[in-house]
Ligand binder design. Sequence first.
Ligand code: SF4
Ligand code: SF4
Length: 505
Amino acid sequence: MSNLASDKIPGIQRVATTREVVEGLKKLTETWRARLALSFLLRKDKTKRTYVEYLLAMYRGEKVKAPLAARLAYPLFKYYMDKIIREFDVDKDEFLDTIEAPYARKVIANLLKGFKIFGVRVPFTSGAPILVVWDFTYRCNLRCKHCYASAGVNFPEMSVEERLKALDILVDAGVAMLALSGGEPLLGPGFWEVLKRANDYGMYLAMATNATLITDEIAKRLAKNGLVFAQVSLDSPDPKFHDEFRGVPGAWEKAVRGIRNLKKYGILVEVSMVITKKNYRDVPKMLKFVKKELGVDMFMAYNFIPTGRARNIVDWDLTPEERWEVLGYLADELYEGFSAASTAPQYAVVAYKRGLELSGKPMIAGHFYTIDWRSERFGSMLEFLGGCGAGRVYLALEPNGDIYPCVFFRKKIGNILQDDFEELWRNNELLEMLRNRDLLKGECGSCQYKYVCGGCRARAYNYFGDPLAPDPGCIYAKPSWERLLLELSGKVIPAHHPSDSRKLR
Ligand code: SF4
Ligand code: SF4
């Protein structure tokens, strides 16, 4: 934990620096008493729920059938919760609202498990992935030029029974949030069975979809089965551009119809746009369109990563300056209160600095979410959240059960049906490497924002074949970008995954 940005950045010191928060958390979680308490709180009953999830429900005043030991421990739990809330100056009503959803209690259990297994790290590592993005199927009704999964092909996939088993393994480990992706997840065998069972477990359920198949009836069924959030791909306000990029005429019209259907049934919709040289100047227009015409809740700018079919179009990648321009548009939207996010981890840096510039208060842009920036209290969270979450708080699962650090980081670390999932999470060498920002090389290694951002490890790996190399998409890593341009001229990006080696279409 050298070179922390919060030691130097104004704004954080007013509240608490990361070092101070780390010391506080260590005192709370690393004594022998605390470790005993954590073991107790993380015990599970046969419904796979931890004691702490029951205790948090009781703390909200809910009537739950908690195991006897948890009920007996409740007065002590309440005493400590009240003390923590007082001492950390937490708004109790806000906290009780936050833990209303069962998945929020799973997240807390997962964080505690992280402290128990890994101790207090910067950025933090959870006790199991908080989020798993499950590429549910390779099947797809579109043919997108940039598809990381090279979807639309007939590769072996898990059977429905195996998919349900995989889900049970994830829940057992403590995964709180599941995002079904693809291909088009709706075309995957067992989609509805998995969705229903995951909902019964109380997970946060999301899907990434092209929305072309989402009729009124499907949207209703998704809502009934607990889908909270849908990320819909839309690359431009211009139907012609989108249809060409997605490879099927009429895709734009159908996607927009799908978005309206999802909204009708109360599902949160985030429009996602893959940003390339071809469309980055359309981002402000697109933001206006999604807010005013579609009335969606969030916008996600996907970073370009040269994997899958996107290896064919590497010259579409943005320069660091162009990327900064896009992230600046998003930060301005965030400042205005709209949830504009990006998978480019540098966004955490851009948003943070923009917040300080505009109001003297930090804006916190996490990798998959944004936090109410008006609260100064969150300033010291920046280095805990930590930008790139690959292998640290998040994993990707393939239709055949293979596990990757991230959907864009296609280096297999194991298979959910063949390997011990929890053991992989604790001890896999690549994951441990990704969690340790002190190992980063080049510009990322010496960057004051390495704990805030960390660079996109998938871009580093896909461009340089080294997970610890600098991310050449960053304004602070210009020499690496220039080196890459020289190295790439006239060459094809090497394949790092078998699915990348087959004939690209
Ligand atoms: S140099 Fe690396 S760690 Fe620093 S901001 Fe850029 S991508 Fe992030
Ligand atoms: S490697 Fe990290 S930064 Fe890149 S897309 Fe995956 S999680 Fe995001």
